[in-house]
Design a protein around this ligand. Structure first.
Ligand code: SF4
Length: 471
C-alpha cells in the first residue's frame, strides 16, 4: 500500500523521478523556475561564472526570471552598478524574462532616478514576489527557487517555492537541479469565512504567535480549510509569504477554482500538474482556528512572533504608518486601506508603496469596490492621496531599510505600524525604531488615530475587492 503523501512530498517526488518520498529523504530535484533580483543576482552570477566558467551558459534562459526591485529609487552608485551587472548578464545569456528599471541610468554620479511616469509604460515590474505570478511564472505543482527568503510566497499557487542562498542558486543556474531534504509538513486549518475586519495578515500572525519564529524551522507549512478558500489569491500570498517568519521551508495552499482562474489567465507555460493532499497524510503538528474567534493582531517590536491583539496595544503611540511590500502592497491591500481612509485624514505621516507597477496601474484604474472606476468616482490612488498619504513608486522601498535616501525609510528611532513582514531591529532602517506588523486594515485605522487601532472601529460592513488582483 503506497504511503499517503502531502502536496509538498508529491511535488518533490515528481521532480526527483520517484513514486514516493518521505520527510528526511535527501533528493536531487529538477527546478522549474529560478528567480533572482538586484541584491543577490550579481553575487549569484559571480559564483556561476567562477564555478562553471566565464563563457558558461545557463541551463535554460526561459526559466530564470530576473526582477530588480530592492534598491531602485536611490542615488547610491553601488545599487546602480548591480543593475548594470544584471543588464550585461541577460544580454549575454539571452534571458527573455528580465524586467528592467529602464529609467535607471547606471553611470556613476547619475543621482536619484526619476520614477516611471506611467506604470503601464515601463518594463520594470517592482517587487519580485508580486511580479512572479503577474508575469506568469507561478504554477501549481512546480518547484521554484529564489534568492530571497520570501520566495515561499509562490506556495499560494500550490507549488513548492523556497528561498536559497547565492551558491545554491548559482548551481541551479548552471544545472537546473538542486539537492533538498524533504521537509515534514505542519497543517494549519482555518474554519469559517473571512470577516470584514480580518485579512490573511491576521491569520499568519496568529500562526507565528502560536508556533514562534522558529516553530516551523525546515517544515512545510500547509494552510487549508474553508477559511483559506474564502481568501482571495492575493491574500493567500500573504499567508505563504510569511511562512519563513516561522522558519518554514515553504508555505503551500490547496489549488482551487480561484488558483486555476488566475494561473490559466497568466501562465506562460501550459504544462503543469495539480497535486492534492492525501486524506491520510501525516503531519508534524496540526493547528486549527475558527475565523470568528480571531481578532485583528499586531506583532510588536522586535519579532513577528511577539503578537498581541490591536485592542491590547491601543495605548501605543505611533509616529508613522507604512503600507507596502510583497506582503502588504498588493492591490487588495490597497483597497482594504482605502476603504478605511476614504473621506478621512491621516494623523501621522503615512507612506504608501505599491508592490508592483501592475498594482500601481490598478490603483489608478480601480475604485473602492475593486471594479473599474466609473465617472465621478475616485480611484484608489486619489482616495489615498486625498486622505493625506504620501505615495511612492513600486519597489521594496523601506521594507528592508535600504540606502539612507529610500522612500519611507525609518531614519530615526520612531514607532511605525507597517504592513511588511519582518520587524527585527534595524529592518526598516534605524536599529532603535519600533516596527509593529499589522494588516492594511489595522495600519490604515491606526494612521487615522496615531495609535494602534482595531479596524473594527472603522468598518461597517463587508469590503469587496471585486475583480482586483485576478486578471
Ligand atoms: S518587499 Fe520586503 S520582504 Fe518583500 S522582497 Fe522586498 S524587501 Fe523582501
Amino acid at each position: 500500500m503506497p504511503r499517503a503523501m502531502t502536496m509538498t512530498e508529491k511535488i518533490l517526488a515528481a521532480h526527483c523521478g520517484q513514486d514516493q518520498v518521505q520527510p528526511g529523504d535527501n533528493v536531487w530535484v529538477n527546478v522549474d523556475i529560478l528567480m533572482t533580483h538586484d541584491v543577490c543576482g550579481p553575487g549569484t552570477i559571480g559564483i556561476f561564472k567562477e564555478r562553471f566558467g566565464k563563457d558558461a551558459k545557463v541551463w535554460d534562459p526561459t526559466r530564470i526570471p530576473i526582477i530588480p526591485d530592492h534598491y531602485i529609487f536611490t542615488a547610491d552608485d553601488k545599487c546602480h552598478r548591480n543593475i548594470q551587472i544584471l543588464r550585461d548578464f541577460v544580454t549575454e545569456q539571452g534571458i527573455p524574462y528580465y524586467y528592467d528599471p529602464d529609467f535607471v541610468n547606471t553611470q556613476a554620479g547619475s543621482g536619484m532616478p526619476n520614477p516611471y511616469r506611467d506604470p503601464t509604460q515601463t518594463n520594470y515590474k517592482g517587487v519580485c514576489h508580486k511580479a512572479l505570478p503577474e508575469e506568469g511564472h507561478c504554477r501549481p505543482g512546480e518547484i521554484m527557487l529564489g534568492t530571497d527568503s520570501h520566495t515561499c510566497t509562490a506556495g499560494a499557487f500550490g507549488q513548492f517555492a523556497t528561498g536559497v542562498g547565492n551558491t545554491d542558486a548559482a548551481f541551479a543556474m548552471g544545472t537546473g537541479k538542486t539537492w533538498l531534504k524533504v521537509p515534514p509538513t505542519m497543517k494549519f486549518t482555518f474554519k469559517g469565512n473571512i470577516p470584514p475586519y480580518l485579512t490573511a495578515k491576521d491569520l499568519i500572525l496568529a500562526v507565528i504567535g502560536q508556533v514562534g519564529f522558529s516553530g516551523a524551522t525546515y517544515k512545510a507549512m500547509y494552510f487549508t480549510g474553508d477559511g483559506v478558500q474564502s481568501l482571495s489569491l492575493e491574500d493567500r500570498m500573504t499567508l505563504t509569504n510569511m511562512a519563513i517568519e516561522a522558519g518554514g521551508k515553504n508555505g503551500i495552499c490547496d489549488v482551487d477554482e480561484k488558483t486555476l482562474r488566475y494561473v490559466e489567465a497568466r501562465s506562460n507555460r501550459p504544462d503543469w500538474t495539480v497535486y492534492q493532499e492525501d486524506v491520510n497524510a501525516e503531519y508534524d503538528g496540526e493547528f486549527t482556528w475558527d475565523l470568528n474567534d480571531l481578532e485583528p493582531l499586531v506583532a510588536k517590536p522586535h519579532s513577528p512572533d511577539n503578537t498581541a491583539t490591536a485592542r491590547e496595544c491601543k495605548d501605543i503611540k505611533l509616529d508613522r504608518a507604512y503600507i507596502g511590500s510583497c506582503t502588504g502592497g498588493k492591490i487588495t491591500d490597497m483597497i482594504f486601506a482605502a476603504n478605511i481612509l476614504h473621506g478621512q485624514q491621516v494623523k501621522i505621516p503615512t507612506f504608501v508603496v505599491p508592490g508592483s507597477t501592475e498594482v500601481h496601474a490598478d490603483m489608478k484604474r480601480l475604485g473602492l469596490d475593486g471594479e473599474p472606476v466609473k465617472e465621478g468616482q475616485k480611484n484608489i490612488e486619489q482616495v489615498l492621496q486625498d486622505a493625506g498619504c504620501l505615495l511612492g513608486a513600486a519597489s521594496c522601498a523601506a521594507c528592508l531599510g535600504g540606502p539612507q535616501d529610500t522612500f519611507g525609510r525609518l531614519n530615526e528611532p520612531i514607532n511605525c505600524i507597517s504592513t511588511t513582514n519582518r520587524n527585527f531591529p534595524g529592518r526598516m532602517g534605524h536599529k532603535e525604531a519600533g516596527v509593529f506588523l499589522a494588516s492594511p486594515l489595522t495600519a490604515a485605522a491606526s494612521a487615522l488615530t496615531g495609535h494602534v487601532t482595531d479596524p473594527r472601529d472603522y468598518i461597517n460592513g463587508p469590503i469587496t475587492t471585486g475583480s482586483a488582483g485576478i486578471c
